[in-house]
Write a protein that binds this ligand. Structure first.
Ligand code: FAD
Length: 489
C-alpha cells in the first residue's frame, strides 16, 4: 500500500514525485525501462517551465549548463518571436537535453525519498471507492500494489489511460517525419539547418558528436510500428535531396507524426493523467516536456492535499478544470503551426496576415506568450482586476529585516505563501488558522510599493492580492478556504 503510485519516470512522473514527497506523501514510481534511455528526445526548456522549476530551486543548475536562446518561431512564419519583454523571469528558451533534465528531476525526487522502481511495468489496474490496485510485472514475475491514487505519467500510448477507460478523442497523424541521430560520412555534404531538394526537405540539427536529421512531411507508413532502419532513412534523405549523402553510425532512429489527441478526463475517480498520457500534439514548438512539467506542477500540491486530507472539496477536480483547457490550447497552437508549416501556396494569404500581426510588438508578444504558455491564467475569485491574479506572480525581490530574498525562495518548500508587504498584523491574524499549510512572510518589495499583500498558491499562481488602491483584505479568508480548506483554529 502506498499513497500515490506514479506510472512512468519521464519529466511528468519525476516532477510529480518530487512535489508529492515535498508534502510528505508516500510515493512509488514504476518505470518499465530498467535503464535511462540511450537517446534524447527533447532539447529545450521554455520560459514558463524555467519559471516553474525556479519555484522549487531547480532551474539554476540547469540554466548554468544550457544555452540561452532569446527568441522562438511560429510555424515557419518569417518573423522572429522575441522572449524579452514577455511576462517571465527567464526571457529565453534554454537549450538542454531532456535526458539531463530527467537526471536532475530524478536526483531531486530520490533525495526527497521517492521509491523509484526501474524495470517495473504496469500491466493492469482496477479502482474502487477507496483505492487503486495495480498489477506490475518485474523480474519475470508479477506483484500487486495498492494506492490511494494512481497517476498515469506513462506517455502518449498510456496503459493507464486505456485501463481506466478514459477516451482520447482527436485526430490521427496524416503526415510523418523520420528522425535519425546519425553521423555524416562527409560533413561537407549537408549543411546544418534546412535543405530543400527536388523531393522534399531535410532538417539537420547539430548535436554533441552527431547530427539529428529529420525528413519532413511523409505519407503515413503502412505499419507505423515497424522500426525505422538506417537504410530507410538513407533512402528518404537521398530522395528528398535528389543526391546521395552518406549516413552512418545511427544512435537513434524513429518516426513521429502530427496526431493530436487529448484525454476527455484528466481525473477519473482515483486515476489521474499528466503529460503525454493526457495529450499528444504535433511537435511544432518543441513543447511536450514543458507542458508535462506544467501539468505535474499543477497536480502535485492538489493531489498531496487530497491524500493528506486537507484539500477542500473540488481541489483535485480543479486540476482538470485548469489543465484541460491549457492542453487544448497547446493542441490548437501546435496544429495551427503544423498547418502553416506544411501549407505551401494555398495558405499564403493567411501566412501573410499572421506575419503582419506577429511583426507588431503586441502581436509578437501574443504569439510568444501563447506558444510558451506564458499566457496561462487560471480562474480565481472575482474582486480585483489586477493583472497578476491567476497568473504566476513574477519572482519579486524582497527585503526581509536586513537581508534579502525573493518569491521563488519563499515557495521552495511547496506550501502556499501569504506575503505581507504592509506589516499588517490584522492580515497575519486572518491567516493564522492556515499556518500549517500557508507560510506567512512579512517583507517589503521596493519595486512594487503599491502592493499590500499577495497570496500565492503552492504552484506560485496568484490567488489573491491587495494593493493600496484596492484593499481587498475581506477576500483573503475566502481565498484561503477555497484553496486550502477550512481554518484549523
Ligand atoms: C523526436 C522527439 C523530439 C522531441 N523534442 C522535444 C523538445 O525539443 N522539447 C520538448 O519540450 N518536447 C519534445 N518532445 C516531446 C517530449 O519528449 C515529451 O512530450 C515528453 O517526454 C513527455 O513527458 P512525459 O513525462 O509525459 O512522458 P514520457 O517522457 O514519454 O515518459 C513516460 C514514461 O513512462 C514509461 N512507461 C510507459 N508505459 C509504462 C508502463 N506500462 N509501466 C511503467 N512505465 C511505463 C515510459 O518508459 C517512459 O519512461 C519530443 C518528442 C520526440 C518524440
Amino acid at each position: 500500500m502506498t499513497d500515490v503510485l506514479i506510472v512512468g519516470a519521464g519529466p511528468a512522473g519525476l516532477l510529480l514525485a518530487s512535489e508529492l514527497r515535498l508534502a510528505g506523501v508516500d510515493t512509488v514510481v514504476i518505470e518499465r525501462h530498467p535503464e535511462r534511455p540511450g537517446f534524447c528526445r527533447g532539447f529545450n526548456l521554455n520560459a514558463r517551465a524555467l519559471d516553474l522549476l525556479a519555484r522549487r530551486g531547480l532551474a539554476g543548475r540547469l540554466i548554468g549548463e544550457g544555452w540561452q536562446v532569446p527568441h522562438a518561431a511560429f510555424g515557419g512564419l518569417p518573423v522572429t518571436l522575441s522572449l524579452p519583454g514577455t511576462r517571465t523571469d527567464h526571457p529565453y528558451s534554454l537549450g538542454i537535453p531532456q535526458t539531463r533534465v530527467e537526471e536532475v528531476l530524478e536526483a531531486h525526487a530520490l533525495d526527497l525519498g521517492a521509491d523509484l522502481r526501474r524495470g517495473h511495468e504496469l500491466r493492469s489496474l482496477r479502482q474502487d471507492a477507496d483505492s487503486v490496485t495495480a498489477t506490475v510485472a518485474a523480474s519475470g514475475g508479477q506483484y500487486q500494489i495498492r494506492a490511494a491514487y494512481l497517476a498515469g505519467c506513462d506517455g502518449g500510448r498510456s496503459t493507464v489511460r486505456k485501463q481506466a477507460g478514459i477516451d482520447f478523442p482527436g485526430s490521427d497523424a496524416d503526415r510523418y517525419s523520420l528522425l535519425g541521430d546519425v553521423e555524416l560520412a562527409d560533413p561537407q555534404t549537408l549543411p546544418l539547418g534546412t535543405t530543400t531538394g527536388p523531393g522534399g526537405t531535410v532538417f539537420a540539427i547539430p548535436r554533441p558528436g552527431y547530427v539529428r536529421l529529420i525528413t519532413a512531411d511523409r505519407e503515413p507508413p503502412a505499419d507505423k510500428d515497424t522500426p525505422v532502419s538506417l537504410d530507410l532513412l538513407q533512402t528518404a534523405v537521398d530522395a528528398a535531396l535528389g543526391r546521395h549523402v552518406e549516413l552512418r553510425a545511427a544512435r537513434w532512429l524513429t518516426r513521429f507524426g502530427d496526431a493530436a489527441r487529448q484525454a476527455a478526463e484528466y481525473v477519473r475517480g482515483r486515476v489521474i493523467l499528466a503529460g503525454d498520457a493526457a495529450h499528444i500534439h504535433p511537435p511544432a514548438g518543441a513543447i511536450g516536456v514543458n507542458v508535462a512539467l506544467d501539468d505535474a506542477f499543477n497536480l502535485g500540491w492538489k493531489l498531496a492535499a487530497t491524500v493528506l486530507g486537507t484539500a477542500p472539496a473540488g481541489l483535485l477536480a480543479s486540476y482538470h478544470a485548469e489543465r484541460h483547457p491549457a492542453g487544448a490550447r497547446v493542441l490548437a497552437n501546435t496544429r495551427a503551426q503544423a498547418l502553416l508549416a506544411g501549407a505551401g501556396d494555398r495558405l499564403a494569404p493567411l501566412t501573410d496576415l499572421l506575419t503582419r500581426v506577429a511583426s507588431h510588438p503586441a502581436g509578437n508578444r501574443g504569439f510568444t506568450e501563447t506558444i510558451t504558455g506564458l499566457d496561462t491564467r487560471y480562474d480565481m475569485f472575482p474582486g480585483t482586476a489586477h493583472p497578476w491574479l491567476g497568473r504566476l506572480a513574477p519572482n519579486l525581490a524582497l527585503s526581509v529585516g536586513t537581508g534579502g530574498t525573493d518569491l521563488a525562495t519563499l515557495l521552495a518548500r511547496g506550501r502556499g505563501v501569504l506575503l505581507d508587504l504592509a506589516d499588517d498584523g490584522d492580515l497575519r491574524a486572518s491567516a493564522a488558522g492556515w499556518a500549517d499549510r500557508v507560510e506567512v512572510a512579512t517583507a517589503t518589495c521596493p519595486a512594487h510599493p503599491e502592493l499590500r499583500a499577495i497570496l500565492l498558491r503552492p504552484d506560485g499562481h496568484t490567488a489573491w492580492l491587495s494593493t493600496a488602491a484596492d484593499d481587498r483584505a475581506d477576500g483573503l479568508r475566502q481565498a484561503l478556504r477555497h484553496w486550502h480548506g477550512p481554518a484549523t483554529v
